[in-house]
Design a protein around this ligand. Structure first.
Ligand code: UDP
Length: 237
């Protein structure tokens, strides 16, 4: 089967790394993610990853608890650095070359984000991990995924969640909720569908960069997507 997507931007939420635990990184879940990435890497797909930090810190939650919001956001970005290091390490453990780059300067730990270098790594078949989100407070890693996806010329942003797509309502609360197989950006934005933040949606829409929301818990979903099969929900122009 021919590959449909040659270069992708994979957005992994920090929460997805927790598995069934309440905080931090679940080793088994991380290894399962790495196995999924390994499958598409073996097909020759160029993979860039933006990883969240919600399993450790979220600026908004810290802000709500009384902390200065920007400070909380910097802590959140540092959380994504930890997750990126864990993912880089886990990929290397299975023999996949991976390079993490940070949007915040933290040079003893990670090299800084340099676009031409990232592009070269991708061409060389290395998995590139973008750490520290956009490097700015008041943004999210979803927006970082849209931004980096556009910068590296990814064909699609693949947003891995625990749910297998975008639903008309929260499927956990509403038994009549149905899954969209595709939806336009305008509809997703106007319906206020809480899968991705509006900044990320708007950026992808303007750059004509489609997004596919899919379940990371479903084995093999990532591979099926890059082979062009219908998985989850496609958000399109
Ligand atoms: N964050 C930020 N700027 C960015 C990306 C992330 O300030 O460009 C902070 C923000 O506090 C956010 C936290 O890092 O809550 C973790 O990222 P996110 O919530 O997007 O992670 P996810 O929900 O994907 O686990």
């Amino acid at each position: 089967m021919p590959i449909k997507h040659k270069r992708i931007l994979l957005k992994l939420s920090g929460e997805a790394l927790m598995g069934d635990t309440a905080y931090g990184i679940d080793r088994g879940t991380l290894q399962a993610m790495v196995a999924d990435i390994a499958e598409i890497h073996a097909l020759g797909v160029e993979v860039a990853v933006v990883i969240g930090g919600g399993n450790i810190f979220r600026g908004m939650a810290l802000g709500a608890a009384g902390m200065d919001r920007a400070t909380g956001d910097y802590m959140g970005m540092l959380a994504t650095v930890m997750n990126s290091l864990a993912l880089q390490d886990a990929l290397k453990n299975v023999g996949i070359p991976a390079r993490a780059q940070s949007a915040l300067k933290i040079e003893q730990v990670l090299e800084p984000y340099i676009r031409p270098k990232a592009l070269r790594y991708l061409e060389e078949g290395k998995v590139v991990i973008f750490a520290a989100g956009t490097g700015n407070p008041f943004f999210t890693t979803d927006t970082a995924a849209a931004l980096r996806g556009a910068e590296i010329g990814a064909e699609i942003v693949l947003k891995a969640t625990k749910v297998d797509g975008i639903y008309t309502a929260d499927p956990k609360k509403d038994p009549n909720a149905t899954r969209y197989s595709s939806i336009s950006f305008d509809e997703a934005i106007s319906k206020n569908l809480a899968v991705m933040d509006a900044t990320a949606f708007a950026l992808c829409r303007d750059q004509k960069l489609p997004i596919r929301v899919f379940s990371i818990v479903k084995p093999g979903a990532l591979k099926r997507i890059v082979l062009g099969e219908d998985e989850g929900t496609l958000v399109h122009i």
